[in-house]
Design a protein around this ligand. Structure first.
Ligand SMILES: [Zn+2]
Length: 424
């Protein structure tokens, strides 16, 4: 990595580069304070702790909360309905809130300090940054706005849409940074080119922080190569309920979990905490004394890498979000998600369509791949089958049992890629 890139990454959070046991001790103290505060001030937290027979005085590490059931989004929506507006989770008087939001669900979100986040990537002072996340109703725009201002940037609150106007403002204000989705930035660039402008020369855009979409990596690469726009970091992981939780560093080897939160990976069916490299639901506990959603289930699937990163950070990493836990099927102890099977199949252009069928025989889960081929014959069938089998095991961490070639049209268009036909 060039030194130019390096200066963009702040290392102001000493916790991130600390030896793991030392950081865990400090995080444990923070968790202890949070548990005591939340228990005292948020009635819903008290109720949950009491029910699970947990005394906040005894909470010193995340393991001490293992008995506390994961709080699901659906449950929070119900709690908010029966005890509006925040379901008993607000742990400060309402007059302390500067803003409130609502996300689809509907789910009410108070504005929180945590949204300042640990900003791994920084635009730095003296830059005008265009924030194209929405400022209306849901918290995204303000979340990013606050983070940018904390970094010392001057924010232009653009919001999404209206590409023509955005383009003109970007030029007039000499905007040097952009935050939003990669595809929106690309739409703005394309519009400029349609008007006969030279985006590299006629604009001052130097930096972009683009995330929120799958497959952003190739666009990022193109922004840099073709337009000289350096994309800060890589991916970031945030949800409306929690805010920013993880950012990738300049090595782009997964997203470092912020030290403002504790992330656990759990079996979405049983709530059991899973070990490193096992795929499960991302459960997060933010150190947020305003709205302490302790052990909140995001519904996203991922895994934790605990080996320290080459960048010097010792914080755990989320390699990527692999999908929603609801779409995954657990087979012989492993979650298989359609994103994984799609990834496998994408490497085999011979496959026109497919479906993975899960059944159960003699108390054992069985997976059958139904495959529709584009061609009548495979050049080297044995080798092809071997490659497919290996690729499937590499990506899904589990082996399929049977494979059946079916005639075109057998798998209905738009059908689920994985179907669970197990009867217990
Ligand atoms: Zn790193």
């Amino acid at each position: 990595m060039t030194s130019e890139n390096e200066i963009l990454f702040r290392h102001e959070d000493p916790l991130e580069k600390m030896p793991i046991p030392e950081r865990e001790r400090i995080m444990g103290e923070k968790l202890h304070r949070l548990a005591r505060h939340a228990y005292k001030n948020a009635p819903a937290v008290k109720e949950r702790f009491d029910k699970a027979d947990i005394n906040p005085e005894n909470v010193h590490c995340i393991k001490d909360l293992e008995k506390l059931p994961v709080l699901r989004k659906d449950e929070l929506i119900q709690l908010q309905k029966s005890s509006p507006p925040f379901g008993g989770y607000l742990a400060v008087p309402i007059e302390k809130l500067e803003r409130v939001f609502q996300s689809p669900g509907p789910i009410n979100d108070p504005e929180r300090k945590i949204w300042a986040g640990t900003d791994l990537t920084s635009f730095g002072k003296g830059q005008i940054v265009m924030n194209t996340w929405s400022y209306h109703i849901s918290p995204g725009g303000f979340m990013v706005d606050q983070m940018l201002r904390n970094m010392g940037c001057t924010v232009f609150p653009a919001g999404p849409g209206n590409t023509d106007l955005q383009l003109e403002i970007m030029q007039n204000l000499r905007v040097s940074g952009f935050v939003g989705t990669p595809s929106f930035l690309y739409a703005i660039i394309q519009k400029a080119e349609k008007r006969g402008l030279d985006f590299k020369k006629d604009f001052n855009l130097k930096w972009a922080m683009v995330f929120g979409e799958m497959g952003g990596a190739s666009l990022r690469e193109m922004f840099k190569e073709k337009y000289g726009i350096y994309c800060l970091g890589g991916d970031a992981y945030a949800t409306a309920d929690i805010g920013f939780m993880a950012f990738s560093c300049d090595r782009n080897v997964g997203m470092h979990v912020s030290t403002d939160v504790i992330v656990e990976i759990v079996n979405p069916n049983t709530g059991e905490v899973l070990g490193p490299n096992e795929v499960g639901e991302v459960v997060v506990t933010p150190f947020d004394e305003v709205y302490p959603l302790i052990r909140f289930g995001t519904g996203d699937l991922s895994t934790l890498i605990i080996e320290p990163c080459e960048c010097g950070r010792t914080t755990p990493r989320l390699p990527k979000i692999m999908g929603r836990s609801g779409d995954a099927v657990r087979v012989r102890g492993m979650f298989v998600h359609p994103n994984q099977t799609n990834e496998v199949v994408s490497k085999f252009p011979e496959i026109a369509s497919y479906q993975l069928v899960v059944t159960r025989a003699q108390n054992r889960d069985e997976m059958t791949m139904l495959i529709e081929l584009n061609y009548q014959h495979l050049a080297d069938k044995d080798k092809w089958l071997e490659d497919l089998d290996k690729s499937f095991r590499d990506v899904c961490k589990v082996k399929f049992d049977n494979l059946s070639f079916v005639t075109k049209g057998t798998v209905p268009v738009g059908a689920a890629r994985i179907i669970d036909k197990r009867i217990y």
